[in-house]
Write a new protein. Structure first.
Length: 437
């Protein structure tokens, strides 16, 4: 079998390791940019350069990495993906890993946190859990270790969902907003990709969805699964400072170790997702309280001269930045901007007018954000050209008074200034630590 691996990032490298074990397979790695020699397997054939994905006729199977848009691939063979392979192998049709429970989580924000909360509660309930996908662990890297009866929690981006042919048994659709329009042709395509998480569900499956979000609701309306809209007094909700499911009192919201109303919403979705596995209040408390948060997600860095610094580099959408603003009842300096994902900043601009806040604008999106701020009369911002983590952190520190909060919550992608959101967050953390010297 002639196999092409289209894209050779983390997922492509995982796909290569998986498919190289297929007997009589001839693998070619395909990428539009040169592949560093350090990561390229010795002796493997390659096709590289602009338009490489459009030259794949003659391959029996093309494995699409999540970062490669399906429309870029031109082939007379079958197009497949690591995500498709995983769900096939964990389905009832499989003879290798059948009877594995799968929980998929998608949305524009909160996917990693909600997936982690689900995993934490299930582990507290004594289940063997595999947390995979967009959160950083390639599903195919662990597939051979998964046993019947295990639970897989799969964080799924629109890129992974774009062309899947099977859905998880339990799907969770969080808040969806305009995003990734630098890759998807329009919002309809983006939502349709997200909707595939529920598209192939059956009436025996479960769909947890954000009932307050129009895009999440539209996905639910098209699903055959049993639907649980959240929050709902019939299922999980908050009452007088406690999580409830229906009339069953579970635990205080203070069990949740994460700041912000958006994380309470994530916890509600997580509790609904695990409800068929456990309804034990003590287990849910243990799962919520054990999870301390993921790196670069509204994480406390340090207090310097009376100012609290938080790293929310994962916040690449306006809604994420809005959630960060709402998480603190203090004066705020927020660092916004980066590379474009086609986002609309008008709602974020309006939100800033409701807070005692100042903004530091950076990157390619600085001009776009500034226009949105000007349109609502918000003038307390500065634009930094050719910004570095040191320059924007020092600028924010100069604006912040004791008792205030500085937030790196950019509402934009990191590319151009940084390698990725992790690099952006780590450089910011280092710059904050430098403020103490």
């Amino acid at each position: 079998m002639n196999i092409a691996i289209a894209g050779f990032g983390v997922e492509g490298q995982s796909s290569y390791k998986y498919w190289q074990c297929v007997p009589d397979s001839n693998i070619t790695i395909v990428n539009e940019t040169d592949i560093p020699a350090a990561v390229l397997p010795e002796g493997v054939a390659t096709i590289t350069g602009e338009g490489a994905f459009g030259r794949l006729n003659g391959f029996d199977l093309v494995i699409r990495s999540a970062g490669v848009a399906p429309h870029k691939i031109v082939t007379d063979g079958k197009v497949w993906s690591g995500t498709n392979e995983f769900f096939y192998q964990c389905s009832d049709q499989s003879t290798t890993t059948p009877n594995v429970d799968t929980i998929g989580v998608t949305g524009s924000k909160g996917k990693g946190t909600t997936s982690s909360l689900i995993a934490s509660i299930l582990e507290a309930a004594g289940r063997k859990v595999w947390l995979v996908g967009n959160i950083g662990v390639a599903a195919l890297d662990v597939i051979n270790q998964i046993q019947p009866g295990d639970v897989v929690v799969y964080e799924l981006s629109s890129f992974q969902l774009w062309d899947i042919e099977r859905s998880p048994q339990t799907s969770v659709v969080l808040f969806i907003e305009q995003e990734h329009l630098d890759v998807h042709k329009d919002m309809a395509e983006y939502v349709a990709a997200k909707g595939n998480i529920a598209r192939f569900q059956t009436p025996e499956d479960i769909l947890i969805y954000n009932a307050k979000n129009e895009y999440s609701r539209s996905i639910a309306e098209a699903s055959a699964a049993q639907k649980v809209g959240y929050p709902s007094t019939a299922t999980t909700h908050v009452r007088e400072g406690f999580f409830y499911n229906g009339e069953q009192k579970l635990c205080s919201v203070d069990a949740l170790q994460l700041p912000g109303e958006h994380n309470i919403s994530n916890a509600i979705a997580a509790i609904d997702a695990v409800w068929k596995y456990t309804q034990d209040a003590s287990v849910i408390y243990a799962g919520l309280s054990t999870f301390k948060g993921l790196p670069h997600r509204l994480s406390f860095v340090e207090t310097v001269k009376g100012v609290d610094y938080y790293d929310d580099s994962i916040a690449t959408t306006p809604a994420s930045a809005i959630a960060a603003l709402r998480a603190f009842d203090k004066p705020k300096v927020i660092i916004l901007g980066g590379s474009s994902k086609g986002s609309d900043f008008s709602e974020l601009a309006h939100e800033l007018t409701l807070h005692d806040a100042q903004a530091v604008l950076i990157g390619d999106e600085a001009v776009t954000i500034a226009k949105a701020l000007d349109a609502v009369g918000f003038t307390k911002y500065v634009v930094i050209e050719d910004a570095t983590a040191t320059s924007f952190t020092e600028t924010a520190a100069a604006l912040a008074a004791p008792g205030s909060v500085v937030l790196l919550s950019p509402a934009a992608a990191s590319f151009g200034l940084f390698k990725n959101y992790v690099d952006r967050g780590e450089q910011y953390i280092a710059a904050v630590h430098e403020l103490t010297y």
